[in-house]
Design a protein around this ligand. Sequence first.
Ligand SMILES: [Fe+2]
Ligand SMILES: [Fe+2]
Length: 267
Amino acid sequence: MGYKILFLGDICGEAGRKALAKGIKILKNKYQPDFIIANGENSAGGFGITPKIAEELFSLGIDCITLGDHSFDRKEIIPYLEKEKNIIRPLNYPFGTPGKGVYLTKKSEKPVIVINLIGRVFMKPVDCPFRRIDEELTKMNEKGIIIIDFHAEATAEKKAMGYFLDGRVSAVLGTHTHIPTADEEILSKGTAYITDVGMCGAINSVLGMKIEDSLKRLLYGINYRLNPADSDFKIEGVLIEINLSTYKAEKIERICEKYLNFDSVPS
Ligand SMILES: [Fe+2]
Ligand SMILES: [Fe+2]
């Protein structure tokens, strides 16, 4: 039996948090993960994360939180990112940016290393994610399971990263677009790959946000405030299984749990 990692997509607002508060027990029973990673960049009202919310997510059993372009939307997270080791922001932000991009734990007998990266195509300029991760992996002494959350917009950039890191890491998992893709696979040198794992939040929404807010922006070109939708919810992500002798992936499976309201979750 391999080491099972449950990786959950961007947690979007209260619906995403409630979804996990209710659904994580079901996921744990169903998939028996050894380690849980979740992207928390939208967990505070759709924009950023606060220390209180991070603590809430850890208390549900999430072992590591990754972030993305919304890492610093809530400024109160900055000192927390400096001291708390289980929450990481993209590694390829410029040197000197608060927080860290790599998390290493010895929760199991084998180390689990989680690295967050962010893309540059159709996104704000940052350091090159390819060169930055290459440098990081080259200097890394520790051998273990390495999971990359590549938070990026362009499918081509994500796919290219999968091939770039094939055989050097256990998994390259895409986040940020909030829409799961159907291209999960084990690449030829043993790295699990998917372009986007999806999100945890409202089903009837535009990427987790209220449909009417999103439509107003698109119809009138005015930057109306986007508020997270909360009518119903889903949990999306992937379950991967890693061989503990080779650290290569043996399996990647998309998961999706949908509930029409919070009371419909089976206990
Ligand atoms: Fe994002
Ligand atoms: Fe997001």
